[in-house]
Design a protein around this ligand. Structure first.
Ligand SMILES: NC(=O)c1ccc[n+]([C@@H]2O[C@H](COP(=O)([O-])OP(=O)(O)OC[C@H]3O[C@@H](n4cnc5c(N)ncnc54)[C@H](OP(=O)(O)O)[C@@H]3O)[C@@H](O)[C@H]2O)c1
Length: 237
């Protein structure tokens, strides 16, 4: 793993996860370009003299093209807002316009599966189905489109990583989350990660080539299941 200073674009920089990623990236000495909706730019005021901002919808190819130019890494929050292919449009714009050498790291949730080997509890599946249906019915969130976004990423030959977040909570950092290849693995059982540490994992992935073409499912480093199983070889970090 090599850790060097980079120019990093954060797509969705004004959200909760995005703001943590901005802070971690600056802490590592990276140059940061943030993309966020124009009306959300004030949420980044505390970073104003240290980052540049390209305002606009994250699924606008022209906004993304401008923001990712010259960037060695792109951290993308896949947010399935509205019924407008927001996630897949955002992912496609990044895949189309990022520099050829760039490391691309995307965020999503445990519900995304690549190889079908994830084992979900009945309760988890029922909740995803209900949320998907309800959110689409009120035209607020399009979970299916985050699935489509990840399908496009998984079939891309770009240097991607898709980080699959567990349930999230706020609170001080517990350090880099642990991960495993499949939901259902015992180390992930606690299903809880601090949001600040989800962001830490995203930023750290820029320097971890062993995560290229992987979709790690993460859980908090100090969560009970991680503490109990961290000695297991599979995926422990
Ligand atoms: N929340 C969870 O429990 C959870 C669990 C597992 C994984 N994840 C994943 O973690 C990532 C971040 O999720 P989060 O819940 O922490 O949210 P978040 O970081 O606050 O991100 C929400 C993003 O969506 C944008 N957004 C909000 N409303 C919008 C709208 N109507 N139209 C367009 N963009 C809009 C926000 O931008 P503005 O600043 O402009 O509003 C922000 O960039 C996502 O990839 C999610 O799939 C979340």
């Amino acid at each position: 793993m090599s850790r060097t200073t980079k120019k990093v674009c954060i797509i969705g920089a004004s959200g909760k996860l995005g703001q943590y990623m901005v802070q971690h990236a600056l802490d590592r000495g990276h140059e940061v370009v943030g993309v966020c909706r124009e009306r959300s730019a004030p949420k980044l005021d505390r970073f104003a003299d240290r980052i540049s901002i390209v305002p606009g919808p994250t699924n606008d190819p022209e906004v993304v093209r401008q923001a990712v130019a010259g960037c060695d890494g792109v951290l993308t929050v896949l947010a399935p807002w509205g019924v407008q292919q927001y996630s897949s449009g955002t992912a496609q714009a990044v895949l189309d316009h990022a520099e050829p050498h760039a490391r691309l790291v995307f965020s999503c949730g445990w519900h995304i599966t690549r190889d079908g080997q994830d084992r979900y509890s009945r309760r988890f599946l029922a909740t995803v189905r209900l949320v998907t249906w309800l959110a689409k019915a009120v035209r607020a969130v399009e979970i299916d489109d985050q699935v489509e976004a990840c399908r496009r990423i998984f079939t891309s030959d770009r240097r991607w990583t898709v980080v699959r977040g567990s349930d999230l909570e706020e609170g001080p950092s517990q350090g880099l989350p642990v991960w495993s290849r499949h939901v259902g693995d015992p180390i992930l059982e606690s299903n809880l990660t601090r949001r600040v540490d989800f962001a830490l994992f995203m930023v750290a992935a820029l320097d971890d080539d062993s995560l290229v073409h992987q979709e790690p499912a993460i859980v908090g480093r100090l969560s009970p299941s991680a503490t109990a199983h961290r000695q297991q070889p599979e995926g422990a970090r």
